[in-house]
Design a binder for this molecule. Structure first.
Ligand code: CS2
Length: 465
């Protein structure tokens, strides 16, 4: 067992993170701990959807165990790079830290759905969170923005006022062009509040794009017990993750950054090929398994992949994705797609990682826009049916239909629209659901028909099971 404990004294806060959850702790915090200059880079992490995570971590001085769970067994490491864990509602502390000249980097894992953007990538002023936060920001010092983007914009205004200089915002959510998405959200909200702040952000804040990867299921009570048994101490907030990890980054760090490359992070000029490889092959297969697997009665990724029908659907989608992926990076580096696929199957088959399909199924409308739509659109453009990508959308359509019929809530930012679409008769229902993912595809009669036929097949299979 390897145990690395935080150097004493605590590293100074130079990174502020929004979205303190399991993935941040198994990924960016792990990389920061393993950077050669780790003693100079402490993280202050603010909670998002789980405010209790701050209290739990603070109770153990920010320290927690990363359980690296391989096929063969577990290894344990204490990570100490998070030096402050704060309830996200504490916008005063957030503004204070972001206004501090020593703060150089802001990292984000706020979920794909939290950027409040329309399908065209611009700020959606009708998004309830965006609309409410704009009112809060306009209310001045008494305002209490509640979305991560609203809170960040509020804090950047404090940095502008303090004259603390430039910094980098590093988006670590699974979105295509995630740096641009973050920029659109932050600058869009600033523009609607105070155009001078928007101009300052444009001139001083760089938005770094990244592709992040490490399978990190939700921690269970059994995981807590396993750490107690193996390590002899009680950790209320361990994180379980697969041994594999990957971080590709592209962009400027005007105020510096940790030497994450010492821990294996890779810095590139053009991130798109890496981003598409990961989003389409890994995340795409995940979403397909989440919907088709649940329809076929499976609970975890490993279980679903052991079902030949699910595996065949994944392979069909991967063949299409691969046909539309560039096999080389801008510098000519071979992206080794066939080997990447083989490695992914092994990662998914790690049965010691219980990665629940319900966790992946959340926020499907946002995820499928990035995971299925680009492949389907490219296939249609090439004059092919796109049956593999259509199959992922069909599995989602069938899943939404079944959940609605059974009266189960769908966790999705568009849950209301999904419910309204599911109430429509057959062909209209499929068209309306596809339109929530991509309007032009919903106008393509062949695609809608294919999705409808595939979705009907998925439902029938479940009924027979
Ligand atoms: C998953 C991802 O929940 C999901 O949507 O596809 O969280 C996935 O596990 C990570 O991106 C792996 O790096």
């Amino acid at each position: 067992m390897s145990r690395t404990v935080r150097p004493v004294p605590k590293a100074p806060v130079r990174i502020v993170h929004l979205g303190l959850g399991a993935f941040h702790r198994s990924h960016q915090a792990w990389y920061t701990q393993h950077a050669g200059d780790a003693p100079d880079w402490g993280i202050a992490a603010f909670t998002g959807r789980r405010p209790d995570a701050a209290a739990s971590l603070s109770g153990q001085d920010g320290l927690y165990t990363v359980v690296e769970r391989g096929d063969e067994g577990d290894t344990f490491e204490v990570v100490g790079s998070i030096v402050e864990a704060v309830d996200g509602a504490d916008i005063g502390r957030l503004a204070g830290l972001i206004a501090a000249p020593g703060t150089a980097v802001v990292t984000l894992t706020i979920t794909e759905a939290a950027y409040g953007l329309r399908a065209d990538g611009r700020l959606d002023p009708k998004d309830p969170g965006v609309a409410d936060d704009l009112q809060q920001l306009k209310a001045g010092p008494d305002g209490m923005p509640t979305t991560p983007v609203g809170r960040l914009v509020n804090a950047l205004a404090a940095r502008q006022a303090a004259g603390a200089g430039p910094l980098a915002v590093v988006c670590c959510d699974n979105l295509s062009h995630n740096g641009t998405v973050a920029r659109n959200a932050v600058v869009g909200m600033a523009e609607a509040w105070d155009p001078r702040l928007a101009a300052w952000i444009d001139a001083n804040v760089s938005f770094v794009s990244t592709s992040v990867d490490r399978i990190t299921p939700r921690t269970t009570d059994a995981d807590v017990e396993a750490v107690t048994a193996a390590c002899g101490y009680r950790d209320n907030s361990p994180v379980v993750a697969e041994p594999f990890r990957n971080w590709v980054l592209s962009g400027d760090f005007p105020a510096g950054r940790p030497r994450w490359e010492d821990a294996g992070a890779v810095f590139v000029d053009d991130i798109e090929p890496y981003e598409n490889r990961k989003l389409w092959l890994l995340n795409g297969a995940h979403s397909l398994l989440a919907y088709l697997g649940q329809l076929r009665g499976h609970t975890t990724v490993a279980e679903a992949l052991a079902d030949p029908a699910c595996l065949a659907a994944v392979e069909r989608f991967w063949d299409e994705a691969e046909a539309n992926l560039s096999g080389a990076a801008a510098d000519g580096a071979d992206l080794q797609i066939p080997a990447y696929r083989v490695q992914l199957l092994a990662r998914f088959r790690n049965a010691r990682i219980a990665h629940h399909l319900t966790q992946i199924a959340m926020d499907g409308s946002t995820k499928l826009r990035m995971r299925a739509v680009p492949v389907l659109a490219a296939e249609r453009e090439a004059g092919r049916t796109g049956e593999g990508a259509a199959g992922m959308i069909a599995a989602w359509v069938a899943f939404c239909g079944a959940a609605t019929q059974e009266g189960q809530a769908i966790q999705d930012p568009l849950a209301g629209d999904i419910a309204a679409a599911c109430a429509l008769p057959g062909p209209d229902r499929v068209r309306a659901l596809v339109a929530l993912l991509n309007e032009p595809l919903s106008q393509d009669g062949g695609t809608v028909e294919l999705v409808a036929t595939l979705a009907a097949g998925f439902v029938r299979q479940e009924a027979q099971a």
